[in-house]
Design a protein around this ligand. Structure first.
Ligand code: CGF
Length: 837
């Protein structure tokens, strides 16, 4: 049917009809325009930082165009949207990713060149927004890129922390120091402050019943303000929205206290409000358990749900149909309070009855678990929830009462099952198990790799799995090939595109299988090696600059970068480095000839309060100092702890890997995602049968990986053997290394003692001593294999070719088909209301 076009539309339509032109000269004008009109600087005098800002604003203009059209198109098509709720979004730098996804990098290169700037240098001006801890936060970012690229209607919702992940510095003694990361010093051109999008969020207070429904009154109210960032898809017009909330005081100023002359509390309430979104809790895979953390969770979830319900209600239809247009994914238990919050909104604001409210709520939410580590499973004391969120505690009690009623009906008298399946953990104090609430309130629950999803069913929620097996799914993680290959590794990406004669693999990774037919081609092998050498050279220069040490790019670059955590066993890595060092010290010149030189790179942050993890960093720096200054060793072994590991550093060093380490105690790394990035960037893995390592091995083949160590099902027995003296390691290399540590060869007693204590059989919970010999055998296999560079490069080519499963596009398609039931909705500029290309 013809679309009714108002006069106003006709006028609007005839201005700004075209998308911003993409030629170099137009882009140059747009950049200089922003220097003048946005940065208010003269076009004759602006430096690299200003050039970055102006470039960012001009790219943002383009994103805003397709962003507005995409949202309008989704509204016009009345599509179902998924809302990804996450306390963390580790986005990394925006500029280069936006230029590549818009397919406009070379034009910007040309325009900036004409202005006397180098695009690479300009991109380095950008701060890396560290709004996340590690894998979980970065996964959310990769997912946003894939959601946009495969044209799924989606929004990301989170918190706009003023202080992101702390900046890590290393003292001259080798200890980690945490520096607050105020990342907004130069502002953020990639966000739009939405002063018109704000919601009240309440805390504390009391509950009244007004005869019709409950009312939550009193307490504290803060205002959530929205900050929107456009998320461009690759090679599509679709541009999604990431909405991050920032807390401000409900009333700008508490005039009453002020007029009472109580100036301090007038300001205090302002600060208290802003504190809610001020800092990210730096814990990875461990819960914070602090009141402010729960406040942060309720803050962003309440604002989000109010926003989602407002959007749904734009069209006149019953809220009992919310699930037909809205899917909400809980990124771990952090947003789980949302289940009680949606019930509150439905019943207290929308007058829905309990059953209708619950029926709709459980059709809206689905939950992803990211770890089985007991210390990471969030539990809040009932007292705290009752104090902070009294209405929610009421609702949680009622959810639990009705839930357990069903359990009792089916298993009368089975008190243990009741206890295991209860959202409330009895005891002093009583606790609310957020993971159980998430399972009870969700229509689907998934783990993030096959082995992990198995443990979620068998170890975390066996009773629930027994009742509803179909509720439990596996969604193996993935990473976006845009940032982690095309942007981070142009050298290798260029080789792949040339041999495949297309760069479509960037949005359809399965096409890379086509590389396998060339695996025996000397030319392809040479080009893969040259790309690797280019990346190793860049990292060698970085090491020279940062540590003043020359490294040879003929050496094998051995990299382990991830959060420092005992289960990730960086300690086992540094112990093997000490053994390698001792072995080299004993080598004859002839043996040294045969020895494969290694550059060992380790990096990662330890949570601020995680003492043992910080000790491990101190030991690594101690070993690095001794080894790197030992003339006997020379180029055969170099060790570096790369400071302040974050997304930008990962993009720089991952392409330079020959071998990367993913050596967690089996059953403890839910998935891992850096393992995928390393192999996609032409390296091989030494690892345990844990997390996604297992599926990577299935996809690329056992010959292309160096697997070692106990299997998950062997762990409990091994722990008991160690604990009760059934097993004592006899590895003389390990004993020698531990003796040296005890002698404080690499660090002081403050560090050596606690670390050695944890290696004692009864204490070695992470089985470092138990897996050590098998690990060293695998390391010896790596050395042997690396000597044959042709076979090595063939393994890397085969591996790159077979990594299609680990593109986050595959992961998101599975979520879309099996959990969210979404339609890909590519925006096609057609109807009158839209611009034309
Ligand atoms: N929390 N948490 N979980 C993790 C990571 N630490 O962020 O989530 C990541 C993303 O799912 C996993 O890859 C990783 O194994 C797991 O430990």
């Amino acid at each position: 049917a013809a679309v009714e076009v108002s006069e106003k539309d006709k006028i609007i339509h005839n201005i700004m009809t075209q998308y911003l032109p993409r030629d170099v000269d137009s882009i140059l004008k747009q950049i200089v325009n922003h220097v003048e009109y946005t940065l208010a600087r003269t076009k004759y005098n602006f430096d690299e930082q200003h050039a970055y800002q102006a470039t960012a604003y001009s790219v943002r203009d383009r994103l805003i165009e397709s962003w507005n059209d995409t949202q309008q198109y989704f509204t016009e098509k009345d599509v179902k949207r998924v809302y990804y709720l996450s306390m963390e979004f580790l986005m990394g730098r925006y500029l280069n990713n936006a230029l590549l996804n818009l397919g406009i990098e070379s034009q910007y290169q040309g325009a900036l060149k004409k202005l006397g700037f180098d695009l690479d240098e300009v991109e380095h001006q950008e701060r890396d927004p560290g709004l996340g801890n590690g894998g979980l936060g970065r996964l959310a970012a990769c997912f946003m890129d894939s959601l946009a690229t495969i044209n799924y209607p989606a929004w990301g919702y989170g918190i706009r922390y003023k202080y992101g992940m702390f900046e890590q510095r290393i003292s001259k003694e080798g200890y980690q120091i945490e520096i607050p990361d105020y990342w907004l010093t130069a502002g953020n051109p990639w966000e739009i402050e939405r002063l018109d999008v704000k919601y009240p969020v309440r805390f504390y207070g009391e509950i009244k019943h007004n005869g019709k429904h409950y009312e939550w009154q009193g307490g504290e109210v803060v205002t959530a303000i929205a900050y929107d960032s456009p998320i461009p898809g690759y090679d599509t017009y679709n541009t999604l929205n990431l909405r991050l909330w920032s807390a401000t005081p409900a009333s700008e100023f508490d005039l009453d206290s002020f007029s009472r002359g109580d100036y301090y509390s007038a300001v205090a309430s302002k600060e208290a409000a802003e504190k809610i979104s001020s800092v990210l809790y730096p814990n990875d895979a461990t819960e914070a358990g602090k009141e402010l953390r729960l406040k942060q969770q309720h803050f962003f979830v309440s604002a989000t749900l109010q926003d989602v319900v407002r959007r749904f209600k734009k069209k006149d239809r019953p809220l009992t149909e919310l699930h037909t247009k809205v899917a909400i994914q809980l990124n771990d238990t952090h947003p789980t309070i949302g289940i009680a919050e949606l019930m509150r909104i439905f019943m207290d604001h929308e007058s829905m009855g309990w059953s209708a409210a619950w029926a709709t709520t459980t059709k809206v939410f689905s939950y992803t678990n990211h770890t089985v580590l007991p210390e990471a499973l969030e539990r809040w004391s009932v007292d705290l929830v009752e104090k902070l969120l009294p209405r929610h505690m009421q609702i949680i009690y009622e959810i639990n009462r009705r839930h357990l009623e069903e359990v009792v009906k089916k298993y009368p008298g089975d008190g243990d099952k009741l206890m295991r399946m209860s959202i409330i953990e009895e005891g002093f104090p009583k606790m609310v198990r957020m993971a159980v609430l998430a399972v009870v309130g969700s229509h689907h629950v998934n783990g993030v790799a096959a082995i992990h999803s198995g443990l979620v069913k068998s170890r975390l929620f066996p009773d629930f799995y027994k009742e509803q097996p179909d509720k439990f799914l596996n969604m193996t993680n993935g990473v976006t090939p845009r940032r982690w290959m095309q942007s981070a590794n142009p050298a290798l990406s260029e080789v792949i595109s040339r041999w495949l004669e297309t760069d479509e693999w960037v949005s359809n990774y399965e096409l890379c299988r086509g590389l396998e037919q060339f695996v025996d081609s000397a030319d392809m092998q040479r080009e893969f090696r040259e790309a690797k050498r280019t990346n190793k050279k860049r990292v060698a220069e970085r090491i020279k600059k940062e540590f003043g040490v020359e490294v040879s790019t003929d050496a094998m670059f051995d990299i382990q970068v991830k959060r420092i955590h005992e289960y990730k066993r960086q300690l086992m890595n540094v112990l093997s480095i000490i053994c390698r060092y001792n072995a080299i010290k004993r080598m004859t010149p002839a043996e040294k000839e045969e020895c494969v030189p290694r550059v060992c790179i380790i990096g990662g942050k330890a949570a601020a309060g995680y003492v043992i993890a910080k000790h491990i960093i101190r030991l690594i720096n101690g070993v690095s100092k001794v080894v790197n200054n030992d003339k006997d060793v020379g180029d055969l072994l170099k060790v570096f702890f790369m400071t302040n590991y974050n997304v930008t550093l990962a993009e720089d060093i991952i392409p330079a890997n020959d071998i990367s380490q993913h050596i967690s105690t089996a059953g403890m790394e839910a998935s891992g995602t850096s393992n995928m990035k390393f192999v996609m960037n032409g390296g091989l893995i030494i690892g345990t049968m844990d997390g996604a390592n297992i599926e990577i091995r299935e996809e690329i083949g056992n010959d292309n990986m160096f697997i070692f160590g106990l299997l998950e099902e062997e762990i409990d027995r091994a722990r008991n053997e160690l604990k009760y003296g059934g097993y004592q390691h006899t590895d003389s290399r390990l004993q020698e290394a531990m003796k040296q540590i005890e002698a404080n060869k690499y660090c002081g007693k403050d560090v050596s003692e606690p670390l050695l204590k944890n290696l004692q059989p009864y204490n070695d919970y992470y089985l470092v001593t138990r897996d050590f010999s098998s690990y060293m055998d695998a390391q010896a296999r790596v050395d042997e294999e690396y000597k044959n560079q042709t076979s090595w490069v063939k393994k890397t080519i085969t591996s790159v070719a077979r990594m299609g499963k680990f593109s986050s596009d595959r992961t998101i398609r599975e979520y879309g088909e099996q959990i969210w039931n979404l339609e890909a909705t590519p925006f096609v500029p057609s109807s009158v209301a839209y611009k034309t290309v």
